[in-house]
Every structure is written in structure tokens, then in C-alpha cells.
Design a protein around this ligand. Sequence first.
Ligand code: ADP
Ligand code: MG
Length: 539
Amino acid sequence: MNQQQLQPIFILPEGSQRTTGKDAQRNNIAAAKAVAETVRTTLGPKGMDKMLVDSLGDVIVTNDGVTILKEMQVEHPAAKMIVEVAKTQEAEVGDGTTTVVVLAGEFLKNAERLLDDNIHPTVIAKGYRMAEEKAQLVLKNIAENITEKDTEILKNIAMTAMTGKGAENSKELLAKLCVSAVKQVMENGYIDNNDIKVEKKVGEGVENSELILGIVLDKERVHNAMPRIVKNAKIALLDAALEIKNPETDTKVQISDPSQLQAFLDQEEKILKKMVEKVVNSGANVVVCQKGIDDLVQHFLAKNNIYAVRRVKKSDMDRLARATNGKVVNNINDLGKDDIGNAGIVEAVKINEEEMTYIRECKNAKAVTLLLRGSTQHVVDETERAVMDALGGISTSLKDGKVVAGAAAAEVEVARNLRIYANSLMGKEQLAVLAYADAIEIIPRTLAENAGLDPVDLLTDLKSKHEVKGGKWQGVDVFNGKVIDAWKAGIVEPLKIKTQAIKSATEVAEMILRIDDVIAATGESKRQRGMPPNMEGMM
Ligand code: ADP
Ligand code: MG
């Protein structure tokens, strides 16, 4: 016998963990399913909330899929891939994060069934890919068109996005504010959600939330002698300090007698006064400064009846430029009349003992503020998440011009069409497409389950109503436990939520299915490679 064969061969560093073949696959699928199972109970208007407590004891109560997953600090690599998908959904569409995770989990669960029947993962992956392509086509065909003139539908989109997200009682008002906000900042069909500033302030109730045609800054006037309110405001937007720069390196000024000191101070004062003069000459009666403002400058500005705030964030400066139609100037010497922005009113407003600056009544504002109120921090935080979903839904729908009915109507219609498609296929791919169609029905089943309804009865009813002509928008009425026309009931969602969710969920399921080998370095072996221990978290 050959001596060499008896020697075990190590190709990996000591301490690495390796799982291969079926074990690796099952382990990954189990992890993905576990993630899906966690968020599943939050899906839909009757979904429950989760309370998350972080290591510092801070509490978040939420119903939002991606927020839950981010806070959970998932460790398993396959589970992390699922979390990434939720984040992509959030970034691309702004809503549908629970849906995408639940779908991915179900795709994998049904794939497992096929694996049990000895169908090769690559065949399943191929069938899933074919099913996904077909599903995309079906979705595009059934979608309805909308434009910015369809205010009622846009409001419905906002309300659907906010359903079950805490802000329930003021949904109408918030939906109206969101639609107005998006329409206001929309320019030639282009919408940048950064132009909508969402500012939260604890106090009063959600129903006191308002849309401000301008920008609200969490900043007070720099000097008490400045006016509290400026009408017909002419605003200078400065990205330059109104103070004398501290020397970068240690500089010594040698002074040999007191008169020199006085001359030095006089010189400083002269420079600062010059700055104030520039502001005054530009015609501005309000200064919004991204950097600091010297005490002396504050004093002189106040004397000139000019309202000033300092250390304003860059993002707010950019929004202010768009709201007031002014320009951010980064050298005070360049400040001219053309750079000045306009607002009907600039006002110091006290909320909870804190002074804020409202810059409002801007004509043709291309950036606005949604000021959200609520009785506690938890309420305003959850209202903010609901509003973000609503804003995402409205702008996605307008960009795409296409929407579908929610309440699982679109999903049931897709599943129905996939079954017809499967009939035209042969062999194992047919099984994969059928498994995919079943998986999509996890959405109506979960909506029903979360509402305490019997999923089997409801799904049977729902499917038979989809067979009838004109039944494509039949969906789950989670409040009355029946089947309803979701479109007529005003349950409307952007098409993109569905197409993106199906695309990413299929992709991640496929990717996980194709893995048959997991090689994990342990913390130990990383250290052996000479990495300082505190670097590990950064890998
Ligand atoms: P996601 O994070 O995926 O957006 P949600 O908890 O927001 O999860 O739930 C979204 C699901 O709830 C979608 O399938 C949507 O169609 C459905 N839905 C929203 N409003 C209603 C409603 N009034 N009746 C029934 N289903 C609804
Ligand atoms: Mg949602």
C-alpha cells in the first residue's frame, strides 16, 4: 500500500469549520427559514409588533421588517444574506421588506421538499428562474397606470403603506400630507426623496403633524436681540464661517506695548464688521450659516435686525437652496443679490422649551418639511417609519407609473398564471414552477393567519374568485374575514414593490440553493494570520 494515502491532507488552516453537501444546504435553508419565520407575524395590517431591546437597554417597538432585522444582529451567514435582501428592498423601493423575506423563506422551504425528492438544486434553481420571469410578465400585464393627477389613488397608496404601522388613527391626514409633499417637490417627473425633510418633535398628537412649504431647522437664533419673526425674508445661505479662522498651527503674535494689542484687536473687529457689511449689502435679513458665527458678528447682525442661525447641516443647506430658490455661497465676498433666497416667513418657534427655526411659505418650494408630532418618542419614531414607507410608495408609483392592488390580490393572480404556465412545461422544471407558485401564496396565507382567519378556507374562496373574469384584484379583507375587490377597497401598492420583492427573493433563494460547501474561518485562525484581535469585527 502506498504510504502517502495514509497521511491525512490538510488544505485549510487549523480551526476552520467546514460543512459540505446536504448538511451545508439544509443548514443554510434552516437559517433562512428561521429569519422568515421571525418577521412573518408582522406582515399585513393585522400583523403584530416586535419589541427590540438593544445592549444599552434602548427599546424599539416596530412592525417594520427591515428595522427588526437590522436590530437583531443576525450572525448566520445565510441568514445575513436574507437580511441584505431586506435592506436592498428598503433602498430600492422603500417598502415590502417583510414580504421579500417571507417570500425568500418560502421559496427555500418548498425547494427543500423538492430536494427531498432527489431533484438536483440546479434544476430547482432553473425552474425558479423560469417561474420568476413569467411572474414578472404577469405582474406587468395586470398592473394599472397612474399619473400625478390621480390624487385619490396616491392617497390610497400612502394609506396602504401605513396600514398597521401605529399611525393608524391619523392615516388620512398623514396620507394627504405625504401626497402633497411628493407633488410639491416633483419636477418634470423626477422625485428626490431627500427634498422631503422629515422632522420629528415629541408633543401634542400625531394629528398636529403638518407640511411646511420650506424647511424646519432644529436651531435657535444665535442672539436673543434678533427678531423672532421676519416677514418677506431674504435669506443668505453661507457655507463660510462668520468668524476669524483659528490659525491652523500655533502662531505667536509678539506684542511689545499695549497700543499694539489694541491695534490688533481693532484689526480683528474691522474684519468681522466687514463681514456683517457684506451681509447687509446683499439685502439679506436672515442668515443661515453652515459654520460658526463670532460673538461680535452676532451682536452686529442683531443690531441690523438680522435673524441668524449657525452650524446648520449640509443636507439642510442644500434643501434650503431648493426651498428658497437661493444659492449656497462659500465665500462671503462672493455673496450677491442673486444668491439670496426668499421665504414668506422666518420664525423662531418654541416647542417644549426648545427654540426651532421655521422657514416657511416659500413660493414654489422644491424642498419641504413634514413635521411629525406625537405624544411620546416611540410614537413619533413609528410614525416616521410609517411616513417613510408612504413617501416611498408614492414616489415609486409615480416614477414607474404603474400600480397593483394589494391584500395579496396580485400574488394570487401571479400564482394562478404560473400554474397555467407550468402545464406547458415538462418534467422536473414543471415541479419547480409549481413549488414556486405555491410559495407565492404564502402572502395570502400569512395575511389571513395574522388576522386570525382560517387560511385554507380563505385561500380556496380567493382562488375560485380569481377564476372568474374581472377577478384579478380579489384579495383578503383582513378586517371582515372575507374576500374583497382590493382595488375598489383602495388597497393599492406600487408595482415595483412586487417586482423587486420577487426578483430579490428568487435571487437569494437560488444563491443559497447553489451552495454546497461552507468553509468558515474561526476567530482563532484569523488571529494566527496576524490580525489584531480588535480588527475582527471589521471583517
Ligand atoms: P412589508 O414590510 O412587506 O411592506 P407590511 O406589514 O407593510 O409588510 O404588509 C404588507 C402587506 O399587507 C402587503 O401584502 C399588502 O398588500 C397588505 N395590506 C396592506 N393593507 C392592507 C389592507 N387594508 N387589507 C389587506 N391587506 C393589506
Ligand atoms: Mg409595508
